[in-house]
Design a protein around this ligand. Structure first.
Ligand code: NAP
Length: 254
């Protein structure tokens, strides 16, 4: 009898980094349940890519800001796991979904602040809290932060502060979940070419060049630079890596 493949839940995998993480997980032989917020057609494309690697894919709608919807979401997840994967548990969680907000510290509105903290920390906090009830022991959680917690690019105070909280949460999660053999790490990407921030890193040629010149490896990041690291952190190859912040930026702003 063939061994049951492990299952990862990845938030925000309709596009960008999450999509690439999902594909890299499939390359490692891991089935993927992922979420989209608004772009269902893009989610269908992600699913097709996953299936190319001989893994199963399923996707569910989720707004990580909407904590009140989590009970319904996990009900839908359990049904999805039973119907598609003949199990009631996941093995890995990747808290990736997120957006940026550009405003200086002096000009940040309360709405912008709340949106950053609700999406990046409150959402990830309570989603993980529910997810661990549906997670096998000896699994792994990967949180996604940002290089902006180490260096400052003006205009990202609220975003970076929320990501800083994600990094602290990672250590507490690792400390408290270690008894179940669940490892928790945080990946902090540098600037990557995705739709993030209106796609500015990818589409603004001048900015792209400036970032490249400030990066030791001489270019900006691409989604595959991140997805492969996240997938690695969800395998036994990284079995002794725990509670770590891993910056994946090609050596930005050294
Ligand atoms: P992206 O290309 O804009 O994709 C964002 C993804 O998150 C999409 O799948 C989107 O779903 C989903 N999403 C957005 N808001 C959501 C919400 N409220 N609830 C649930 N899902 C939501 O961005 P990305 O570059 O892949 O960013 C992914 C993560 O990496 C974020 O946490 C970001 O902070 C972090 N990051 C990015 C960079 C970078 O330079 N790109 C650098 C450092 C860290 P829909 O498409 O369905 O709407």
């Amino acid at each position: 009898m063939s061994k049951q493949k492990r299952i990862a839940l990845v938030t925000g995998a309709s596009r960008g980094l999450g999509k690439n993480m999902a594909i890299n997980l499939a390359k490692k032989g891991i089935n993927v349940v992922f979420t989209y917020q608004s772009k269902k057609e893009d989610a269908m494309e992600t699913a097709k890519e996953i299936e190319k690697y001989g893994c199963q894919a399923a996707f569910l709608q989720l707004d990580v800001q909407d904590i009140n919807s989590f009970e319904l979401f996990f009900g839908n997840l359990r049904t999805c796991l039973k119907d598609n994967f003949q199990t009631d548990k996941i093995d890995y969680l990747v808290n990736n979904a997120g957006i940026g907000a550009y405003a200086t510290f002096a000009e940040t509105t309360e709405d912008q602040f709340d949106s950053m903290f609700n999406i990046h920390i409150k959402g990830a906090y309570f989603l993980s809290q529910s997810a661990i009830k549906t997670m096998n022991d000896h699994g792994s959680i990967v949180n996604i932060s940002s290089g902006l917690t180490r260096f400052c690019t003006q205009g990202y105070a609220a975003y970076a502060a929320a990501k800083g909280a994600v990094e602290v949460l990672t250590k507490y999660q690792a400390s408290e979940l270690g008894s179940r053999g669940i490892r928790v790490n945080v990946v902090a990407p540098g600037p990557i070419e995705t739709d993030f921030g209106g796609g500015v890193v990818r589409d603004n040629k001048d900015l792209n060049q400036v970032i490249s010149s400030q990066t030791a490896l001489g270019r900006v990041g691409l989604p595959d630079d991140i997805g492969s690291v996240v997938a690695f952190l969800c395998t036994d190859e990284s079995k002794w890596i725990n509670a770590q912040r891993i910056e994946v930026s090609g050596g930005y702003y050294l």
